[in-house]
Design a protein around this ligand. Structure first.
Ligand SMILES: Nc1ncnc2c1ncn2[C@@H]1O[C@H](COP(=O)(O)OP(=O)(O)OP(=O)(O)O)[C@@H](O)[C@H]1O
Ligand SMILES: [Mg+2]
Length: 327
């Protein structure tokens, strides 16, 4: 499958009074057309930074020092602001991690949705109003007319998430970036939102970059997975081999820490230690202090780059977990 989006060697940092936060370090990842790629990793590992970099929505203290983000032959990092504005919302859209604060607090929901439609199509205001209502209805809102007149603060977190999804899906984007779209929601709404994302893929052959820290969501949604640790992609794979034969010790540990229905007697091993300080990232592998497979080379050599251990399965590790160790 051809790739719709390719992130190559992306390096992003934030200037702060305490020093430079190295949020993304030589990140490479691709999203094939018509597929769902999940990005997983602990809190603070750089997932939202990746989403915002692709969208061109970074704060002023950001430095993108390296890399390319190719989308349909366009390098998004070097696209004109006008071109980015045109792509955003129409072809590429983002569901923000925090829906409530991503919506404009001083504008009602209706005009916010209409604005997106009017910016990207030739419909009349009345047409846009109807489209917005239809979309809210599709997102499970029984009374869209009333919702259109409300301000974000008057809506529950779950309602805001539905509005955010409506806004992201209304132009049927080719690429949807969804940053933790279901975290903090009850399971029925979670299932609804994941179903909507699947529909977009199935009915419109869209591609999705789905950011989550929930391995259950990954198992239900992903074609491919990218595992990110301290701003580094440490493993990429099709979903089934990743669950069956994780190769990076971090991925292996993540999966060990999950309860298993098919093996209820299994001991759940939490991952010891904490992620590194992103201001003082080491030259060597950032997972080293927490790694049960660490050997001398991991201490002496610069961090390992991704390489293909099995077809389609990449790992950045000098001493990957081998299948025999996993039984
Ligand atoms: N505007 C900013 N200025 C300074 N540091 C930032 C900024 N935005 C993010 N960071 C830092 O960059 C790192 C990556 O943050 P990011 O929000 O991308 O992580 P995340 O993986 O999305 O985490 P979470 O799972 O909690 O959402 C963190 O150390 C964070 O504190
Ligand atoms: Mg985040």
């Amino acid at each position: 499958m051809a790739d719709l989006l390719t992130v190559e060697d992306l390096t992003v940092s934030f200037g702060t009074s305490a020093g430079r936060v190295k949020a993304l370090n030589n990140v490479s990842l691709s999203v094939p057309a018509g597929e769902v790629v999940c990005v997983v990793g602990e809190s603070g590992s750089g997932k939202s930074t990746l989403a915002l970099t692709i969208m061109g929505l970074l704060p002023h203290n950001t430095e993108v020092s390296d890399g390319r983000i190719m989308y349909c032959g366009i390098d998004l990092l070097r696209a004109e602001p006008e071109q980015m504005r045109d792509l955003r919302g129409r072809e590429i859209s983002l569901v923000f991690q925090d829906a409530q604060s991503a919506l404009n607090p001083i504008e009602a929901i209706g005009p916010q949705l209409e604005e997106v439609i009017l910016a990207h199509s030739n419909v009349t205001l009345r047409g846009a109003n109807q489209m917005a209502q239809d979309m809210l209805f599709e997102m499970g809102m029984a009374d869209p007319k009333r919702i259109m007149g409300q301000f974000p603060f008057a809506l529950s977190g779950g309602m805001c998430q539905r509005v955010m999804m409506a806004m992201a899906l209304i132009m049927r984007p080719k690429l949807l970036i969804a940053d933790e779209p279901t975290s903090g929601l009850d399971v029925t709404l979670q299932a609804e939102i994941l179903h909507k994302i699947k529909e977009l893929v199935k009915d419109h052959n869209a591609s999705v970059l789905l950011i989550t820290h929930d391995m259950g969501v990954v198992a239900a949604m992903a074609n491919k997975v990218g595992v990110i640790y301290a701003g580094n992609v440490v493993e990429t794979s099709e979903v089934v081999p990743l669950f069956r034969r994780p190769q990076h010790p971090y991925t292996w540990s993540l999966l060990q820490s999950l309860p298993r229905l098919d093996d209820p007697g299994k001991r759940i091993e939490p991952l010891p230690g904490t992620p590194p300080d992103m201001i003082k990232l080491p030259e060597e592998c950032p997972f080293l202090p927490r790694c049960f497979k660490a050997r001398n080379q991991c201490r002496t050599d610069p961090k390992p780059r991704l390489f293909e251990l099995e077809t389609g399965h990449m790992v950045a590790c000098f001493n990957p977990v081998i299948p025999e160790e996993q039984d």
